[in-house]
Design a protein around this ligand. Sequence first.
Ligand code: SF4
Ligand code: SF4
Length: 383
Amino acid sequence: MADDGSTAVIGTDGMAALIRVLAARGRTVIGPTVRDGAIVLAEIADGDELPYGWGVELEAGHYRLRPREDGAAFAHSAGPQSWKTFLLPQRERQWTADRGADGAMTVTEDDTPPASYAFLGVRPCDLRAIAVQDRVLSGGPHTDSRYRARRERAFLVAVECTEPGATCFCTSMGAGPAAEPGYDLALTEVVDDGGHRFWARAGSEEGASVLAELPRTPTDGATETAARERVAEAADRMGRSMPPVDLQILMRDTLHADRWNDVASRCLTCGNCTMACPTCFCTTAEDVTDLTGDHAERWRRWESCFDLEFSHLPGGPVRACGHSRYRQWATHKLGTWYDQFGSSGCVGCGRCIVWCPVGIDITEEAHALNDERAAGAARGEAL
Ligand code: SF4
Ligand code: SF4
């Protein structure tokens, strides 16, 4: 690749410098770090805080840290949080209202300046998830101004996936393991006899100017080849896959499948899957007052379609049973999201599988629905 400054190789010193350079530009740097037995996303100030030497062991309803001998920092798949934690916070005050001495109410919109984030370690599936939320929250005529303000200021450092987890299926969803455009900088981690290093590519002007400030060497053939090979190998090592059919049509064809009863018998309707999912965006409003009634606040907080109140109308909840709530969630993710937003609502990160307390697996459910549809077709019956 030509050495035009848009690509380079950086070492672990360059990674530490990247954090310092982004912070010096006024950004709050958020990256992966080990905390409370998990790799979480948190503000970091130093390269030492990255999870060097830690990987994860994933299965349905199962997450464990495991040490790695190679010392890699990004050889772990999606953790319990996603970047929506920062772009669309779990709880956010919208406005306050105060009663003055004359009894008149004054409403003040919360105008806290949006944070200017640098996200370090955005996996390709999560890069896609951010693009999905961009379309939902700022792509149409009804824009979420707070989301958009944070998003416009965000600097994204993607790190390509070289170590998919047992619950990952981004390849099935066309969302990884290589990073698609949308990043400011993309990195691919390589640890081999040539050392521990990152192949870096700029995806924006600011990305190029940040890269120019880092200790670096020109891209060499051995590093580029090793980086490309590791990403290609990762595509073949996904732990899960979706059935190779049109999932939108599968969801449409199986609305009355027996499998929904089966999954409903296991689902706790706890909503963990929606909280962990990087594309779920539903929120609700909560109004609170102090004891005097002179001060009130409106807060926005995440909401889940598994919550009974979510579909509450004057006659009661529209989706009163677990069957209809799980079906609503899965068919929206894999089917009707296309009708609303022109893409799948699932990026194959596997979080909903890992963080489901009873290990319900959306890929297993899709395979079961596909099998039930095929069995029905073999009998000449539509579901
Ligand atoms: S699928 Fe799992 S995580 Fe989601 S609501 Fe049901 S039990 Fe909870
Ligand atoms: S539905 Fe599950 S696998 Fe798909 S994006 Fe959401 S959390 Fe990830």
